[in-house]
Design a protein around this ligand. Structure first.
Ligand code: ATP
Length: 515
């Protein structure tokens, strides 16, 4: 199965099993807007909990807030979003399709890396056990040629982005002979800037309505509350403010399912530090965040850092955590050193002093900020693409199983009476009553046990508990594990402890290991 086929199957699976539906589907959907279904919302809530607790509960010096989506319009002038929250867009005149010019070049660069990987594979086959990859990469004329071209394009690209040189960006696209994937032609328009913020009107027109924006990031809600939280919480530097909430961007090209949406959710934490210590904290947060990702157990090799080619107007260092999606390594999270830009600008635009009095140093200053910013939906897609698995079983049957980390699974335990009579449903209900205050538990009595297992596998339920006639005699049940499909017989009284051990957040948190 190609990665593309896998991705299509994953999207179909998300719909069929109540994870994600296109928004307003009965009206044929709305571009790049999605709704979460009965299983999706549970997984999403669990992702948020994993993030929130790891920030707010496990760190004494991080607190949370929940700011409004609407903010004073001046906020977006101060933050630079009115003037500079743009993407460079380019249209293909034949297909009439619109693209982000920077993404076209990034995709081209990624393709060159793939070309090199293919050359290496070919050579590995040719030279067999004598193959020395390092030496080959350093000497093969073909590889060196691709690398040289990549380096040249990469440096022109970074320069063009940083100088906002749109003509040069177009020239790179032409020089690399990048074609439109739909029309296959190089008939491109000029590159233009496009502001990504959605705006609307607040108040009635008679009163003189104000243009307000739907926030394109949650971070500004934290910055404008910095003083409120610092004072009322008596917070001392370094400290962090965390927030989870909706953000909106009128993305030019919204593709790849929930990877790029127009309405999405962010989990952001702004960490306020003494000026001069920001690089140390930036490195620390890089490690902490990478460990948080890796603890999910999807394979360390599937994550990497990617430093930004173009630093945003507010940053002095920035990196992305990338995950190996079915469509390649792509950003899941950004870790940015934002300097004192945001607080400084709000101080300037609001006329209010936004500073920290450092008793040790005996002076006041605007703190520096290190931010970690991750999309809930992108994390959702990351987990679904890592978890989706089609397996052939020993008996020749096939199953689709979602290997979602147990603590994040929508349903933790499915309890199943073998038959719908003889008092078995009553025992099953009693087990559910014992677990339901702490865990999401499902009851299922329809179809054969085999079919019921398949249904639970398809939504990622880690444990299935079967109640049979023997349960009535000796108070034991069969527990079946999702990943190994191993079954064991245990006492009903021991069930609770077993569920705690297998699916609790505690266990997940304990696996986070910083490098
Ligand atoms: P990209 O380069 O992919 O547009 P970005 O660098 O603009 O993303 P940030 O502004 O750093 O993204 O946002 C932080 C995080 O928010 C991203 O790492 C991503 O997980 C998430 N995110 C940003 N834009 C979207 C979107 N349109 N849909 C879903 N998630 C998004």
């Amino acid at each position: 199965m190609t990665q593309e086929e896998l991705f299509k199957k994953l999207i179909a699976h998300c719909k069929e099993y109540g994870f994600i539906f296109p928004s307003s589907e009965i009206y044929d959907g709305l571009g790049a807007v999605y709704d979460y279904g009965q299983n999706g919302v549970e997984l999403k809530n669990n992702i948020k909990r994993y993030w929130w607790d790891s920030m707010v509960k496990l760190n004494e010096n991080i607190v949370g807030i929940d700011a409004a989506i609407f903010m004073h319009p001046r906020v977006w002038e101060a933050s630079g979003h009115v003037g500079a929250f743009n993407d460079p867009l380019i249209d293909n005149k034949d297909s009439k399709k619109r693209y982000r010019a920077d993404v076209l070049v990034e995709d081209w660069l990624a393709k060159q890396e793939e070309k090199i990987a293919k050359e290496v594979e070919k050579a590995r086959k040719r030279f067999k056990e004598n193959f020395n990859e390092e030496q080959y990469l350093a000497t093969s004329p073909r590889v060196l040629e691709i690398k040289a071209k990549m380096e040249e394009v990469h440096s022109r690209f970074s320069e063009a982005l940083n100088a906002n040189n749109l003509e040069e960006l177009k020239q790179i696209i032409l020089d690399c002979e990048i074609v439109c994937p739909i029309s296959g032609t190089r008939n491109w328009t000029d590159v233009r800037q496009f502001n990504l913020m959605f705006s609307t009107q607040m108040g009635s027109t008679a009163d003189g309505a104000n243009t307000v924006y739907l926030r394109p990031e949650t971070a500004q809600g934290i910055f404008v509350n910095y003083l409120n939280v610092q004072k009322t919480g008596r917070m001392k530097l370094p400290f962090g403010i965390a927030q989870i909430g909706k953000a909106f961007r009128n993305e030019i090209v919204a593709r790849q399912f929930i990877f790029r949406m127009r309405e999405f959710e962010q989990m952001e934490m702004q960490f306020f530090v003494q000026p001069g210590t920001e690089m140390e904290w930036w490195n620390k947060w890089k490690n902490i965040r990478m460990a948080w990702h890796r603890a999910l157990g999807f394979g360390d090799d599937n994550y990497r850092f990617h430093d930004h080619d173009k630093l945003a107007h507010y940053a002095n260092a920035a990196t992305d955590v990338e995950y190996n999606f079915p469509f390649g390594f792509k950003e899941v999270e950004g870790i940015h050193s934002r300097t004192d830009f945001d607080l400084g600008r709000h101080q300037e635009f609001s006329g209010k002093k936004i500073q920290y009095f450092d008793a040790e140093r005996g002076e006041s200053y605007v703190p520096y900020v290190v931010e970690t910013s991750i999309g809930v939906d992108r994390m959702f897609l990351q987990i679904m693409s890592a978890a989706y698995c089609e397996e052939k079983l020993e008996n020749g049957e096939e199953r689709v199983v979602l290997r979602i980390p147990a603590a994040l699974a929508p349903t933790k335990v499915a309890v199943m009476p073998l038959v719908k009579k003889d008092g078995l449903p009553e025992v099953a209900r009693k087990i559910i009553d014992e677990l339901k205050y702490d865990y999401n538990v499902a009851y299922d009595e329809k179809d054969s046990i085999g079919k019921r297992y398949r249904r639970q596998d398809a939504v990622g339920t880690p444990l299935c508990v079967t109640v049979d006639h023997q349960s009535l005699e000796d108070g034991t049940v069969t527990v079946r594990h999702r990943d190994s499909m191993q079954q064991e017989r245990i006492k009903i009284e021991a069930l609770r402890a077993m569920v705690d051990e297998e699916v609790s957040f505690r266990r997940l948190f304990q696996t986070i290991k910083e490098a």
